[in-house]
Design a protein around this ligand. Structure first.
Ligand SMILES: Cc1ncc(COP(=O)(O)O)c(C=O)c1O
Length: 379
């Protein structure tokens, strides 16, 4: 099966280990187990003794009950028997397309976004059409355009809320309008919600799994909960057909998720308010630092993100984005992702979920690099 190279992941795979200052990462500052245990007031010995005593079986094939309960706490309507556990949101998105999409199906994906949401269905033979998100619309989808695109039938609409790379956030009214468009078309509405819970105003956006009977929410422990290392994600959907198809396909590719990982996730989810307080405070502080820098350096501009951990930053300098990002890394050690990985030239994606000091250093390096380019001339 042919598939387009995954531009962002290839970039990160190639350059991440070379960076001394990583402001390309999308997770909120990854947490250690020691930090988690302290945050949750759990004694180290008690937790590890319990884990160490467990026989390393496949565990609960459908997910440890305490892990499933923890995930349900993130939704209004979702029950444990409406969840499918996966290896990260990456595993969840892949499993969904593998389970629900047939060759020839029409799929609409809003872009820019995480490339899985259009390249995987295309690789399964779907006819994928892109709903372009535009900077002048604050990177939000135009519902009228989506409505027009659904004429003639569509099997699935894919959105990402909050959005990677732009940090745009669809509020309740727009989300409901999109649900209505999907409902009128009888389409599945897949929403990649891995950044849900990181709103700058401290709130949490609604999930399509709560709003729509054919809504499918994908999320994970990686970003909002700072635990990419346990590789756990999930699919949540009210319609039993989703779980039936996904579990049937999952038997061939996953069997179960790691039983030790699920215990760590369960602990984090049981203490989610503490973890979220840590992480929301960090992204709020860091976005203020980022926007302050943008205001002071006219060679860069952005639509201020409303949520998540990423911003798509336009630079007003005459260098293509791959050359710009490579030059930045080579000369300063700072890593960002070229906008061309998202088909958005003259821009780069910056991740501001890292430690504040690292962000500040990265921004100084960006300004210094721009100074060195053609004497820092504006394009
Ligand atoms: C929108 C989006 N979906 C899915 C993923 C994959 O995340 P996970 O670590 O949960 O597999 C990412 C990672 O960058 C992402 O940004």
């Amino acid at each position: 099966m042919k598939i387009k190279p995954f531009a962002v992941e290839e970039w990160m795979n190639r350059y991440e280990t070379q960076a001394s200052c990583n402001i390309a990462e999308t997770c909120v500052d990854s947490i250690s187990l020691d930090e988690l245990l302290t945050l949750c007031n759990v004694e180290r010995g008690v937790f590890f003794d319990k884990l160490a005593a467990r026989r390393l079986t496949y565990g609960d094939i459908l997910g440890a009950p305490e892990y499933l309960e923890g995930i349900c706490g993130l939704y209004d309507k979702i029950r444990p028997d409406q969840l499918i556990t996966t290896h990260g949101a990456a595993g969840a998105n892949h499993l969904l397309f593998y389970s629900l999409i047939e060759p020839g199906d029409r799929v609409i994906s809003a872009t820019p976004t995480y490339q899985q949401l259009y390249s995987i269905p295309a690789s399964f033979g779907a006819r994928v059409e892109l709903l372009e998100l535009r900077r002048e619309n604050g990177w939000l989808p135009d519902p009228d355009e989506l409505r027009r695109m659904t004429a003639g039938g569509v099997k699935m609409i894919c959105i990402n809320n909050p959005n990677n790379p732009t940090g745009a956030l669809m509020g309740p009214d727009l989300l409901r309008e999109i649900v209505e468009i999907a409902r009128a078309a009888g389409a599945w509405l897949l929403c990649d919600e891995v950044y849900r819970g990181l709103n700058q105003d401290g709130g949490r956006t609604e999930s399509v799994a709560d709003l729509y009977e054919k809504g499918i929410s994908v999320s994970s422990m990686s970003k909002v909960f700072s635990m990419a290392g346990i590789r756990l994600g999930w699919i949540a959907a009210q319609d039993p057909a989703v779980r039936k198809a996904c579990l049937s396909h999952r038997d061939y590719s996953l069997i179960s998720c790691g039983m030790l990982d699920e215990q760590i996730a369960a602990l984090a989810l049981a203490n989610r308010e503490k973890l979220l307080a840590r992480n929301v405070a960090l992204v709020q502080e860091n976005l203020a630092v980022l926007l302050d820098w943008i205001e002071r350096d006219p060679r860069f501009s952005t639509v201020p993100p409303k949520a998540g951990t990423t911003a798509l930053i336009q630079y007003h300098l005459s260098q293509d984005s791959v050359t710009f990002c490579r030059g930045l890394l080579e000369q300063t050690g700072a890593l960002v992702v070229p906008g061309d990985c998202f088909d958005r030239p003259n821009s780069f994606r910056l991740g501001y979920g890292c430690a504040t000091l690292e962000l500040r250093q990265g921004l100084s390096k960006l300004s210094a690099y721009a100074d060195g380019l053609c004497g820092g001339t504006l394009a």
